[in-house]
Design a protein around this ligand. Structure first.
Ligand SMILES: [Zn+2]
Length: 436
């Protein structure tokens, strides 16, 4: 039987007993009246998850294949690293501030210390990791680059493949092909549940994003998939205060308050529209359309809505007002999601209405951002910061703007604007901005 190193196989005892170098754990461990799953670390009451034949199973990680009280988790330990030559093709140039962080991450890793990179949207977080990735791969170490979001994984994998053209860079997410080992794997944080002590370096991008942020089993997955001699690098543009503090205490915090292109983060403008739902009243409609026309003078618009029903109503409304072919939309359950996002990258729509699925990880050039109903509870401070971060990401300055339409002020709105202003001040002080 073939066992790829570091991968956890769910097996019955008879299927592997002849092989001696394997790590074998019971799938579920009994703990009083409870069972604890060794794959996802979830504890559950035995009688709640009982099969007709008397065995117990873990419901929490069922999507990965059922694991029961008669199963074992079998892992072949990863091999000792062997140094190798790696072709590293990075044509870009890091700014001095990026370079400093890039080197700091390598030093921290050598000391086996975890790091947190707190860098604004558009700071070039991924590029700052290239040196560390190159160091690990040259040392023959195994690396996982993960994100809670599939879209982000799909965008990062080809970028890493370009930088390491002679290396096979794997990509794994739910529903992808069977596992094949690669020295560098890009995957969703969920996929880490399949591994044990498999990676010397795990990079977790967007640590504040759903579902990683509040899912204990994914936090367990990261620590369980990490090799005992390894370290983790966490990335975020909007980490929680707790994470910042934790990293600060461990001397693993790297902060970059400015973007690669040395321009300020656009500070959102607040536009009060009394009744924030469609159809708009005559007066609100006039105000709203004036802003739309104003934004369209210089850029295309990414228009965020709080719910799918509002998103559809908004698309219909704007098609009537601006033109049928000028408006498109996308949401998580949209079957043409990838196709439409790539159309938008080609500037196919003047206005692209979207749900929060486009709040992070995606970059469009020449867009302004408008959030309708920005006082809705779905728009947390972190979400608003991420959304505002879609504006003025790359290229020449294009008068890209951010508009938050609201009817009542919320702590999230206030907090997001305050943080953007503070980051701009911090960047200015550190000499990381160009004078405009
Ligand atoms: Zn489980």
């Amino acid at each position: 039987m073939k066992f790829y190193p570091g991968y956890q196989y769910v097996r019955q005892v008879t299927e592997f007993e002849k092989e001696s170098d394997l790590i074998v754990q019971k799938g579920l461990i009994k703990d009083g009246k409870n069972y604890r799953c060794q794959r996802c670390n979830t504890t559950f009451l035995a009688h709640e998850n009982c099969l007709p034949d008397g065995r117990y199973y873990c419901r929490e990680c069922l999507l990965l294949g059922r694991i029961t009280s008669s199963h074992y988790l079998v892992t072949k330990p990863i091999k000792k690293p062997v140094k190798k030559a790696v072709t590293f093709c990075f044509k870009g140039k890091l700014t001095p501030a990026q370079e400093k962080i890039s080197q700091g991450l390598v030093q921290n890793f050598i000391k086996q210390k975890n790091s947190l990179v707190y860098a604004v949207t558009g700071a070039g977080k991924t590029e700052m990791l290239f040196s560390l990735l190159c160091y690990c791969l040259t040392e023959g170490l195994t690396v996982a680059f993960c994100s809670p979001r599939v879209d982000v994984c799909c965008e990062i994998q080809p970028r890493l493949q370009q930088v390491f053209p002679k290396l096979s860079v794997g990509l794994r997410y739910y529903g992808a092909k069977p596992y094949e080992p690669t020295p560098l794997l890009v995957c969703t944080t969920h996929q880490l549940l399949y591994f044990k002590a498999a990676f010397h370096l795990i990079v977790v991008d967007e640590i504040d994003a759903f579902p990683y942020a509040h899912d204990k089993k994914l936090h367990f997955a990261v620590s369980n998939a990490l090799h005992e001699s390894g370290a983790t690098v966490f990335l975020s543009a909007t980490p929680s205060e707790l994470e910042i503090k934790k990293a600060q205490q461990q001397a693993g915090l790297f902060c970059l308050p400015a973007r690669y292109h040395r321009r300020k983060l656009p500070v959102p403008k607040l536009v009060r529209i009394k009744k924030q739902s469609l159809p708009l009243t005559f007066r609100n409609k006039r105000v709203f359309l004036q802003w739309i026309k104003y934004l369209l003078l210089h850029n295309h618009i990414l228009l965020f809505c709080a719910s799918i029903s509002q998103l559809k109503a908004m698309e219909e409304f704007l098609k009537k007002e601006v033109g049928k072919d000028a408006v498109g939309s996308v949401h998580a359950a949209d079957p043409k999601r990838q196709e439409k996002i790539s159309d938008m990258r080609q500037n196919a729509f003047q206005i692209f209405c979207c749900s929060t699925i486009l709040e992070r990880g995606v970059t469009f050039s020449n867009v302004s951002v408008l959030v309708f109903e920005a006082d809705h509870q779905i728009f947390t401070k972190a979400t608003l910061l991420q959304i505002a971060g879609r504006a003025d990401r790359k290229g020449e300055f294009s008068h890209s703007e951010v508009i938050f339409c609201f009817s009542q002020m919320t702590p999230a709105l206030k907090g997001a604007i305050k943080e953007i202003k503070e980051l701009n001040q911090k960047a200015q002080k550190a000499g990381l901005l160009n004078e405009v």
